[in-house]
Write a protein that binds this ligand. Structure first.
Ligand code: ZN
Length: 329
């Protein structure tokens, strides 16, 4: 009996799996994912390999087919989750506009990918998939009510309430990066003044650094202002650079004010800080907690968790499993 069942496991057993796609302005990442969020196989290629919008879609479909074929006959992908940046309409499956992907306008990506692979597809905002990943398997695992911030080119957000992704009533929710900070007059990429991401995103912090240099602030940095970026600032901060430490502290304070408001509104228990900019989390953490400690009324600071993301770039692929499970696949 035992031998028979083992043979069955190696020859005839089909495991339902998911395909996950994370389309970024720099790279397109994809993976074959188990229902519980294990990444079974992984692929990545530069987004710039797509010569035009149609070619990029064809490339993505081809790479997903290869991933599927290489996974072997024991795995049967039952659905695809697509994470996309920019302005999207998840329910309609349309990327309205992706600023970092030239030519993607009103793109019915869900229909196109579904037709190419012959499986159902679901579209979600990339920050929401990231949040679902950290919630399912990462730094926010086990938290019933949490917010995830992704510090990258902009500041993305994903909100989990009562164990479910909060989508709001319209095209998006949890746009934490565009919550205004009082007194901040910097103009955001969205065209509005004062948004959190003007001081807490990688681009925002680099812009603040250029102003700091123009005002001859104290710093260890000797290069041209235009060459400052958040990665360089992180290296400088490790060496005690006053400019980088000042800017990370200010970013932490701004995040702290926004989080205090969100926590007071929703009674959350966890905030996960992820994305490329989370490398500077240790420099932001004291000011985030100091500001929250002053303004929090729904809990005391020791009861809540402000943590750095644990999954980094894989979070959206892991989150695909949570999204597809909750979508009934
Ligand atoms: Zn904005």
């Amino acid at each position: 009996m035992q031998t028979t069942s083992q043979q069955g496991a190696t020859t005839g057993y089909l495991e339902d799996t998911f395909l996950a796609l994370d389309i970024g302005g720099t790279n397109v990442k994809s993976g074959l994912i188990s229902r519980s969020g294990d990444i079974l196989s992984y692929d990545s290629f530069p987004t710039s390999e797509g010569k035009n919008p149609t070619h990029l879609i064809e490339l993505i479909a081809d790479r997903l087919k290869i991933l599927w074929t290489e996974a072997g006959s024991n795995h049967r992908p039952v659905a695809l989750a697509i994470g996309a940046p920019g302005w999207i309409k998840p329910r309609e499956g349309i990327v309205v506009m992706a600023p970092n992907i030239p030519g993607w306008k009103d793109l019915p990506i869900t229909r196109l990918m579904s037709q190419a692979l012959d499986i159902p597809a679901v579209l979600e905002n990339d920050a929401n998939l990231y949040a679902l990943g950290e919630w399912l398997r990462g730094a926010g695992k086990g938290a019933n009510n949490q917010i995830t911030l992704t510090l990258g080119t902009g500041v993305g957000g994903g909100l989990i309430l009562n164990g479910k992704l909060w989508s709001g009533s319209f095209t998006s929710a949890a746009e934490v990066g565009h919550i205004p900070i009082g007194g901040n007059k910097r103009i955001c990429g969205c065209g509005r003044p004062g948004c959190l991401e003007t001081v807490a995103s990688a681009l925002g912090m680099a812009s603040v650094a250029r102003d700091y240099l123009a005002q001859k602030g104290e710093t260890l940095y000797k290069g041209p202002p235009e060459a400052v970026d958040s990665k360089l600032m992180l290296e400088l901060a490790e060496n005690g650079d006053p400019m980088s430490l000042t800017i990370f502290k200010a970013a932490g304070e701004a995040i702290g004010f926004v989080l205090a408001g969100i926590f007071n509104l929703l009674g959350l228990e966890t905030a996960v800080i992820g994305g490329g900019g989370a490398g500077a989390f240790k420099f932001m953490e004291p000011s985030i907690k100091e500001v929250m400690g002053r303004h929090l009324v729904t809990a005391v600071i020791d009861q809540i968790h402000i943590v750095k993301g644990a999954l980094e770039g894989n979070a959206p692929l892991v989150g695909a499993a949570a999204l597809l499970n909750s979508s009934g696949f």
